[in-house]
Design a protein around this ligand. Sequence first.
Ligand code: ATP
Ligand code: MG
Length: 258
Amino acid sequence: MSIIELNHINVNFKNSQKESIPAIKDVSLKIPTGQIFGIIGYSGAGKSTLVRTINLLQRPTSGSVLFNQTELTNLKPAALRQARQKIGMIFQHFNLMDSMTVRENILLPLQETTLTPPQKAAKVDVLLNQVNLTDLADQYPRQLSGGQKQRVAIARALVNDPDILISDEATSALDPKTTYQILQLLKELNAKYHLTIVLITHELEVVTALAQNVAIMAAGEIIETGPTQQIFNNPQTSFTQELIQYSKINPAWEVTDV
Ligand SMILES: Nc1ncnc2c1ncn2[C@@H]1O[C@H](COP(=O)(O)OP(=O)(O)OP(=O)(O)O)[C@@H](O)[C@H]1O
Ligand SMILES: [Mg+2]
């Protein structure tokens, strides 16, 4: 079963001369329910643009987006808003509201729901506990470390009980230890709640540590996809070979003296 099915997605942007520039070129992709699915590629490959089509933050120029068998591109605004509640998203720069406390930030996506205030508060308490931030509930984002901010963002993304969490370079701004803790949390959420996670990264070690399947992106296309171990043990494209060659998990990787 696939929770997400992208079929023949194209995204074109207009440049300053009003010329159409393709950012995503005929991408088809199935994301299996309950998995951690990695998308890896260099900067500018189109990773963010592609995953933003999953919740139609970016409308594709053409192609179809199925979420739990529902075609999202045909939905009316109210139905799309409802579907989007089931797609959580976290980003490199956290995107928290600076003027709101941790608790208020997590509460924010519940505004559109019919829950009573005590029900909302109870929900936030459960999540605070889950991401280990109960003691910091009344702090403001500026009082938090990067890892703590990302945990607030994760709690906020989970507050509507999404079926899928999209993580767009969510650990890129964090140090290695904090990265490890956030990845550990994502892995726990996947194992405990069968939460499907799409993990966008340019760090190979993040994908190999967590993802069962991976798609390799370059220049707006998926050039290789399959089980992570298989792809990295036996890369079929020179691009993937290069990606592995320059990754930190390659023991041969070292900067030569100059
Ligand atoms: N709103 C936009 N308008 C015009 N061009 C855009 C827009 N968003 C992205 N692009 C272009 O589309 C291409 C893909 O960008 P995208 O942000 O998806 O890459 P990425 O793989 O996420 O890169 P990074 O690893 O740096 O985040 C780039 O060439 C970028 O300049
Ligand atoms: Mg990006």
